[in-house]
Write a protein that binds this ligand. Structure first.
Ligand SMILES: NC(=O)CC[C@H](N)C(=O)O
Length: 304
């Protein structure tokens, strides 16, 4: 029997003493105001046990973590035909890289880099009646928490400065891989990225991926085959050009966001989230990566 509480407390105490915490993202101006000293870890074990240490109650911008949720929604709506518009290979490049997209004729490498997520956003804009509201409700249902919301200032801040995302969307459009209007798709994309959650809410939301497609309220959202595929994509593509490093050091499917959040999971066992807004050079939370590495080392739990 693991003493999760002691393990998490030790990891928190050790890492919270770190002076070097990376850099808070500032290419989205609204994110640059977040205090770099925030640090929290939350573990949600599938048997119902919950463990929290540090600041796990303050909502943060989930940013690219939302790409997994958008993928889940789009996959549940259109099924396997989704893979005609986006590939499932790691990109080995930063999340906002563009030249591969042109070389590969407008088919993004995977749904977790920005260009792939913009294609997924396009699918949701085509299929949802009220895209932003319906997607937010889907996320609230997964988390079983109606208080989850968009941060409109973050969405507006990214809209004002998201030049590379506008470039990606226009490139996709030029290759015929975007059905809707560029502005409409990006408005949806910037809002999905601007959803805010705290560590506990994020761990609850991802319960469905650890629990074979069924959320904590026993409602089925995805088939087992769909969950296996989404988890495989998280493992191979969830940390951009650091996905290999995360698999090597941590050994779990997971996803990061430039708001400093990370979520990871062990199928049939737990979900775990970390939040520390300081990022490393690859755009992944510095303390979060270290915390998860220590967690899977101490507990000897990983998919391998
Ligand atoms: N890696 C991230 O979290 C990036 C998300 C951010 N909204 C962007 O599109 O640039």
């Amino acid at each position: 029997m693991q003493n999760y509480s002691a393990i998490l407390n030790n990891i928190y105490t050790e890492l919270n003493a770190s002076h070097f915490r990376g850099e808070v993202a500032n290419y989205i101006p609204e994110l640059s105001h977040v205090d770099i000293h925030n640090f929290g870890i939350h573990l949600n074990v599938l048997n119902g046990d919950q463990f929290s240490v540090g600041n796990t109650n303050t909502p943060f911008s989930i940013q690219s973590i939302s790409k997994v949720l958008a993928l889940a929604k789009a996959f549940s709506i259109i099924g396997e035909q989704l893979w005609q518009r986006v590939n499932v290979e790691p990109s080995g490049n930063p999340f906002n890289h563009l030249s591969l997209l042109e070389l590969e004729n407008g088919i993004p490498r995977n749904p977790l880099i920005n260009s792939g997520a913009i294609v997924i956003a396009d699918i949701l804009v085509s299929h949802l009646k009220n895209p932003k509201a319906d997607f937010l409700n889907f996320v609230r249902d997964l988390a079983n928490d109606p208080t989850i919301n968009f941060n409109k200032n973050v969405a507006a801040s990214e809209k004002a400065t998201g030049y590379k995302n506008f470039a990606a969307a226009n490139l996709l459009k030029s290759f015929g891989n975007l059905e809707n209007d560029v502005d409409e798709v990006l408005d949806f994309y910037f809002h999905q990225c601007a959803i805010e959650m705290n560590c506990k809410q994020l761990a609850d939301t991802f319960y469905v991926f650890a629990n074979r497609g069924t959320c904590s309220q026993h409602k089925d959202y995805l088939t087992l085959s769909q969950v296996k595929r989404i988890n495989a994509i998280m493992l191979s593509c969830g940390f951009y050009d650091e996905a290999g490093e995360f698999a090597f050091e941590v050994g779990l499917p997971g996803k990061s966001g430039v708001g400093g959040g990370i979520v990871a999971l062990l199928p049939n066992t737990f979900t775990i989230t970390t939040w520390s807004p300081g990022l490393n050079a690859k755009g992944n939370s510095l303390l979060g990566m270290q915390a998860l590495k220590l967690f899977t080392t101490e507990t000897q739990l990983s998919i391998f």
